[in-house]
Every structure is written in C-alpha cells, then in structure tokens.
Design a protein around this ligand. Structure first.
Ligand code: PGA
Length: 253
C-alpha cells in the first residue's frame, strides 16, 4: 500500500524560532501517525538540521529540502548539493516545484539531473508536476503532465522509480485559494498512475505515492485526500499554521 504523506512546503517563510515553535507544536500533538502515514517538513536550508533535531525519535516524521543543485559539486557559489543534504541527514528533496521552474528557469533536463543526484545520495525526490491555467483552459493538461514525467523520470529503472514521490500541483491552484475540485484531482492522479503503469509496471504504479498540491487547507483536505488515487498533499500556506496543518495531517487516509 502506498504511503499517505502530509508534506509541508514552507517556501521562503518563517524565522528559525518561528519554525521550531511550529514543529514542536505539531510533533507534540497527541495524534499518532499510522504506519502508512508520514509527515514531511520541507523547510529552508538553514533550518534543516535544527528541525531534524526537533523531530528526533518521532516515528514517521521526516525533513525535506526544497531544492538541490543539478551538479554534483564545484564552483556554484550559493548553491547546495544533494551530497551535502545527505551528509546532514535529509530524507526528501522537493524537485521541480513550479516556482523553481518559473523563477529559476529549471528545465526538464536539469530536473532529471537533480533526480539522479538525489537517488545516488539516497534522498527521496518529491517530484512536482502540473499545468498552468492556459494549458488547463486548452484542456491539454494530460499531455502537459505526461511530458513533465517523461522528460525527467522515464530514464529511471523500475527500482529507482519506487523511491520517488510525485506531487501534482496545478499552477493555477497554488497560493490562489482556488483548489482543483476533488474530481479534477482524482482524474489527474489516475492519469499519472496509468502513465507510470504503462511505462514501468502495475506494481510500480500501485506503490507510488501521488500527492496533491494547490491551496490544500483544513476545510478541503478530507475531501481531496479521500479520493482513491490521492495519497496526501504538498501544502504551502496552510502548513505554516499548526492548527490548520494538524487537521490536514488528520485527514490522511
Ligand atoms: P499552497 O502551495 O498550498 O500555498 O497553494 C502549495 C505548493 O506550492 O506546494
């Protein structure tokens, strides 16, 4: 059974003190995660080690970086490599978020190199895909997402692909308060699972966690996560509020 994951994406928000207070509040909730459930904190680079310390010993809580560089090492001032993230005990790395594709010009090729470096370093990529509004309006979102998967993931082996988590995030729903309907989310998640079954195997497709992202909040998490092929969420704004995110965690299947 694929894992159900509530992944927080803090983006460029909070100070270290605010972040640690939020994490402490969340991990000290009486709610215990089931074996198939995980909570992942996608936090800014400078907070990773401190957050890791604060989740130490808490079953099924993990940390994630929000990015890594596509080169192994070298003269890339200001950048962070997959190997560095591994060396401080990072578990997951968000790869190909639409904000990085848009503002930092990340293309399919770079993303496939980042995926390779994550896997070489035993880091689990959370690979983001999803269409802009213009593509949704032209009703070509299925082809758009299929291209993103093909160009950055299809070179992997069946064994490697099982270490990937996919996050479907329609760009028109990110930070806009406008969520995809649960039917739209289910339709795309099933499409993604079918693509992976066709390219890899039914076993791979069945084991894959496919998260939904885009204005997930306490009020809609249960409905969205309740869809058959939605295995949790990648949550931005609502992950910055302990009460909101607690309800989102509790909405996991
Ligand atoms: P949002 O962001 O929940 O604020 O829409 C989601 C994301 O970008 O991962």
């Amino acid at each position: 059974m694929h894992k159900q994951i509530a992944a927080a994406n803090w983006k460029m928000n909070l100070t270290l003190q605010q972040g640690l207070a939020l994490v402490d509040n969340l991990v000290n909730q009486p709610h215990i995660l089931a074996d198939n459930q995980q909570v992942v904190f996608g936090v800014p680079f400078p907070f990773l080690q401190a957050v890791k310390r604060n989740i130490n010993g808490k079953q099924n809580y993990f940390i994630s970086a929000q990015n890594c560089h596509f080169q192994k090492s070298g003269a890339y001032t200001g950048e962070v490599s997959a190997e560095m993230l591994k060396s401080i005990g990072v578990d997951y790395v968000i790869i190909g978020h639409s904000e990085r594709r848009e503002y930092f010009n990340e293309n399919h090729q770079m993303l496939s190199e980042k995926i390779n470096l994550c896997l070489q370093n035993d880091l689990k990529p959370i690979f983001c895909c999803g269409e802009p509004l213009s593509v949704r309006e032209a009703q070509t979102q299925n082809e758009h997402v299929e291209t993103q998967l093909r160009e950055s993931l299809f070179h992997l082996s069946e064994e490697q692909i099982t270490d990937i988590v996919i996050a479907y995030e329609p760009i028109w729903a990110i930070g806009t308060g406008k969520t995809a309907s649960s039917a739209q989310a289910q339709e795309m998640h099933l499409h993604i699972r079918n693509i992976m079954a066709h390219k890899f195997s039914n076993g791979v497709a069945d084991s894959l966690s496919i998260l939904y992202g885009g204005s997930v909040k306490a009020a809609n998490a249960k409905e969205i996560f309740g869809q058959k092929d939605v295995d949790g969420g990648l949550v931005g704004g609502s992950s910055l509020n302990a009460d909101e995110f607690t309800i989102i965690i509790k909405a996991l299947k």
